[in-house]
Design a protein. Sequence first.
Length: 375
Amino acid sequence: MARRAVASAALLMAAFFGSSVPSAAASQGTTPNLITGSAYLVTPGNLIGGHYYESFPGTADWGLTLDGALALAATRDNDSVLRGIVAYLNDGGKDPSGTTVNEWTGIGTSNASGGAIGKEALLAEVTGGDPRRFGGHDLIAALDASICTRVSTGCPAAGSYLNSTSVFDQSFGVIAQLRAGQASAAAPVAYLESLQSANGSFPSLIPPSGGPDVDSTAMAVMALALAPGPHAAADVAAGIAWIASRQEHNGGFPDANAESINSTGLAIQALTLQAGAHRSQIGAALAFLAGQQHSNGGFNADAGQPGSNLRASTQAVGGAAGTSFGTLRIDLTSAAPAASHSRQSGSTRAPALVLAVAAVAIVALALLLVLRRRS
């Protein structure tokens, strides 16, 4: 009798919750688990003191730290940790060697890197801060001042940024300037456009050298998507079409050697600019990343190279969330995220609370049925 009651209760609860409770087993393996991915990024062994990542023991890797912070902003799964990173950078936090992010950007010196300044300004913009008052500097003014007006030392061309040697650098500068509403971004935009090949791709380095590069093309289209006018729109469409053509049969995207986790994460971000036209390719890319993730949440560096890699994991986590650097923005002043990007991208988030409520309800209903039968 009790068994029959329990069975009846279970059937009733299954009917009630079946349409609203997602099945972890159904999504397992089709998308990366961004919850465990974010957790991997913030483990004490990776995020030193909750503030920065290291390139060598005792030496902060400020560029990688910004990558990790942008990834956490995309998932919204560790806002308290992200607040700590942003505050540390904003307050001029030092690593054990005594350096701050200012030594990395070179701000205020002849060694200033427009790309590095742009990347720091982008984090301020993404997290709701003021890039004109961040880390003790006006990052937008410094970025504007780093725009080259002619070819000279550290300036490969007019419109490039000072001491910026890659399309990544140029793109970060353009994104930060356009998000800040700077009309002075017109020259950097024009220079970035000049680097695009007829097939839609971009090279990796400035001055242009080597072959076309998925990572750099993805960054460039995210930057140009913010630029006004039909010319920029055509450049974006051509870049996305080229990226889409580079997808491998396993869903990944290649770098120079193999299917790369970094390249795939960036490709997803670029493809989501035209998500409706590339939904199946985005799905295949997410499935590829899921297959490269380990139980600790980390990702391989490249396909076939097992072992969690921190640098690759930052891009995999942020890329899989599927939001362009040009539009990513969160409000760190809120107590909790209104909508998690990782939920939107289909991460395998266990509905623990719903399952707990369902379990309690099943037991209560079963007992009620038993008691009624006995009365």
